[in-house]
Ligand binder design. Structure first.
Ligand code: BES
Ligand code: ZN
Ligand code: ZN
Length: 485
């Protein structure tokens, strides 16, 4: 689906569906050419989420849809508009419209750019559908959406289209079955991304290259799989010399069976989304390149499967990470931290960024503690955490800080090696101890770890996301964070 803008002064082009967004108590703005039956207009009160569909009697639109957005305060209006965008996309698809034109009077509001962005994000995210794996799959009908926009609102729409599409890219990677989204497929996606921009370069390290770099922790995880592991490194360099260099690291575990510490079978199929961190940072890179942000952005995705096999890690095995720390693997299902350890050590040693943010579906504990509406943040730098929490509030991808107590760090000390990959059974605080483990691999670089095990999947219905599928969480958050630079 292609989203474009049309000038308010131009004659309305022919369209299958004209949508008029209206606030509660206000009169809908219908272009004079569009005629509808008498009283059809009054039937929509403008209450949030209320929709009225009517045939047009004359003019360039076949049908007209009124959609209400209530009378929101400015601080919640963007989310309402985002959801409104999604409702429009879904309704248009349902009635088989190919082309849609959206009219509104939001451009006069304060923060018109943010509202334009939210509307475009909602339209794009609301139209998301996984590429059809069904043999009798129907074609997608909605092809073109034209938003009437000018000035700041129009700028916001252009931004929102890029961000919305990047979110959909992340979700497609999450939702694709694990046998079609293997480590090598993530590499393919990353290469395609790099090929689409001359400002993005890619390096892919295979297992041989990783052995040379002594990434014994990452490599131990893929030993149990027939699929080789990769470390993907993308970099975006702005045209002007940039003052800051950030690094985003995403867990790219394309299927997590738990390894020898096998997971119960009940929800194991959902573990295809254990690469959601990788999906988020790849989606972010896609948006960064198109928005042409003035920050140097590095993206790392350690990609592997975690399966049981004769060669797989065994509980009690010892591995050595790139930074020389030895790790006793007491539970092979705590594998995310093992692949992240080497990726983080690589970031610190070779990229030397000003800050690192990693995103990972790391623990079931964060789902217990925070549910599906928050990502849990641990780290070593309060101001970086604060910046991410603030960005989360602005864009609606919420972040909640969790502590790393000195005791949590002690809990991860090993008896055989330097570290162990799980804490003793009675310590609790699983998300904090996961963060405490990772802290050993970032050196002194300001760093935040976002545990997205809850927020990446199964969120409450918000029209543009929700239910048993990926949310693409992280893309909107990281872009919002970068824009605060
Ligand atoms: N990928 C899982 C975490 C997870 C759980 C993601 C539920 C999404 C939903 C991770 O690799 C894992 O298995 N973590 C273990 C860690 C434990 C052994 C310390 C967990 O949370 O049980
Ligand atoms: Zn696991
Ligand atoms: Zn995992």
């Amino acid at each position: 689906m292609k989203i474009t803008t049309a000038s308010p002064n131009r004659k309305l082009a022919r369209t299958d569906l004209f949508v008029a967004i209206l606030a509660e108590g206000s009169d809908p703005i219908l272009p004079w050419e569009v005629q509808i039956p008498a009283l059809a207009e009054e039937s929509c009160s403008g209450k949030a989420r209320e929709m009225r569909l009517t045939d047009a009697t004359q003019g360039p639109a076949e049908r007209v849809l009124f959609v209400g957005i209530g009378d929101e305060k400015l601080d919640t209006l963007a989310e309402t508009v985002r959801r409104c965008g999604a409702l429009i996309a879904k309704k248009a698809e349902k009635i088989g419209a190919k082309s849609v034109t959206v009219g509104h009077d939001l451009a006069g509001e304060a923060e018109a750019s943010g509202l334009g962005q939210a509307l475009a994000e909602g339209l794009s995210m609301g139209a998301y559908q996984l590429q059809d794996f069904k043999s009798d799959g129907k074609e997608v009908s909605l092809q073109r959406v034209s938003v009437i926009a000018a000035g700041d609102f129009k700028k916001g729409v252009s931004k929102g289209v890029i961000i919305g599409e990047a979110n959909c890219l992340a979700r497609r990677l999450q939702d694709t079955p694990a046998n079609c989204m293997r480590p090598r497929d993530l590499v393919k996606e990353a290469r395609a991304l790099a090929a689409s921009s001359d400002q993005v370069k890619i390096k892919v390290f295979d297992e041989k290259a990783m052995r040379r770099m002594k990434m014994g922790s990452l490599l131990s995880v893929s030993r149990g799989s027939q699929e080789p592991a990769y470390l993907i490194h993308l970099v975006y360099r702005p045209k002007k010399k940039s003052h800051s260099k950030v690094c985003f690291v995403g867990k790219g575990l394309t299927f997590d069976a738990g390894g020898i510490s096998l997971k119960p079978s009940a929800k194991m199929h959902e573990m295809k989304y254990d690469m959601s961190g990788g999906a988020a940072v790849l989606g972010t890179m896609a948006a960064v390149a198109q928005l042409k942000l003035n920050v140097e952005v590095h993206v790392l995705v350690p990609a592997s499967e975690n399966l049981p096999d004769g060669k797989a890690n065994k509980p009690g095995d010892l591995v050595t990470a790139m930074n020389g720390l030895t790790i006793e693997i007491l539970n092979t299902d705590a594998e995310g931290r093992l692949i992240l350890a080497d990726a983080l050590a690589y970031a610190e040693k070779t990229i030397k960024p000003d800050s690192v943010v990693d995103l990972a579906t790391l623990t079931g504990a964060v789902v217990v503690g925070l549910g599906h509406e928050y990502s849990g943040a641990t780290g070593n730098d309060d101001s970086l955490t604060d910046a991410l929490v603030a960005a989360g509030k602005r864009c609606g991808e919420l972040v909640w800080p969790l502590p790393i107590h000195p005791q949590h760090e002690k809990d991860m000390k090993g008896s055989v090696g330097d570290l162990q990959n799980i804490s003793p059974p009675t310590t609790g605080a699983g998300s904090s101890t996961g963060g405490a483990f990772l802290k050993n691999f970032v050196g002194d670089v300001p760093w935040v770890h976002l545990d997205i095990a809850g927020s990446a999947w199964g969120a409450a219905d918000r029209d543009y996301q929700g239910g048993a599928s990926g949310t693409g969480v992280g893309v909107r958050l990281l872009i919002e964070y970068l824009q605060s630079f």
